[in-house]
Write a protein that binds this ligand. Sequence first.
Ligand code: C5P
Length: 412
Amino acid sequence: MTPADPLHGRRVLLIVSGGIAAYKALELIRLLTGRGCAVRCVLTENGAQFVTPLSLQALSGEPVHTTLWSLTDENEMGHIALSRSADLVVVCPASADILAQMAAGLASDLATTLLLATDTPVLAAPAMNVRMWQHPATRANMDTLRARGVHLVGPDEGVMACNEFGPGRLSEPPAILDAIAALLSRAPPQDLLGRHALVTAGPTHEPIDPVRYLANRSSGRQGHAIAAALAARGARVTLVSGPTVLPPPPGVAAVAVETACEMLAACEAAVPADVAVLTAAVADWRAASPSSAKLKKRPGKATLSLDLVLNPDILALLSAPGPSRPRLVVGFAAETDALLENARAKRVAKTCDWIVANDVGIDGGGVMGGLHNQVHLVTEAGIESWPRLDKTEVATRLAARIAAHLAGSPAP
Ligand code: C5P
């Protein structure tokens, strides 16, 4: 146990689900606490058939959480706080059932509610009968979880408690410990130190009168995640965001704006920048002359016409050649049809370097405002299609690509 140990002083939320291998979770707690890592346990109803809350509590030295309803107690932290109070969530053992619930996004008990509510990285250590592991349903669930960025350790191959042989055995606690240590030590490289990144996010609100505005469904989630991912690699980040409920990520200089014109002014004030990532869903039009008084219904008038004028195209303006053009300008293209064709054309027309194209028609139109994205990176060299990923994972990958691209240019 040394201060340099990635486990020392860290916090793991350990979810113990049902399975004969649950007894190995006890050994894992002993190994973790022995390395100075705080462990807080959640035991599912099925898990409690194999190990008792008392054993988990005795080894972890912390109260064990078993039901969602105990967390409604005022003295207890709520389930959202509990899910975010750790550096890593570990599901060990992860039964076929809890993995299926995670893949489906169910929140039927405390463990699955925490897993759905958390934005902390998750490591699952699967353990189940070999046929359950090989079942197409489990295969599909594992693909889904992997694509969402859930980390996995095991399962191992060997003789199982049911006397069958094959993959499905829970990894041994020292191997799970190593996987936890590897994840906790994975700090992103500081390869954007000395760089300035400008990111736009969210929708814009274009006033019609003092109470009404034109807007769109953008949540700002993708842009906020990109700002956070760039800051995590050491960049100084200016995040110019339209109205959203999201708090600005820590360590990011946030500028709140409402309209496209305000967003343009904030971007112009923020340059020079090494990279600009413009994810904002900027309204294309604004009311030509917003009314200073609330528009009233008029008796006998069934229609109302609104004159719209084009907003400035911030991406095109920032991409135009000139001394303040960021070295790398990345635009986003949300489309519902002819995605790649439009994205390619947009990259050329707006003279930006890359376009991240996403089909906002997928997921039943739930991408805007949702948690996932399936994007294509369109560059001069061609098109790279990424799998459907969590928006934070899209951000991590894009930040890595940006860092690699800028590595070729001197820091200011
Ligand atoms: O033209 P379209 O809206 O499809 O282009 C999308 C890209 O252009 C996004 O990166 C968006 O932030 C940017 N954009 C902008 N200013 C506008 C419209 C879009 O910067 N007025």
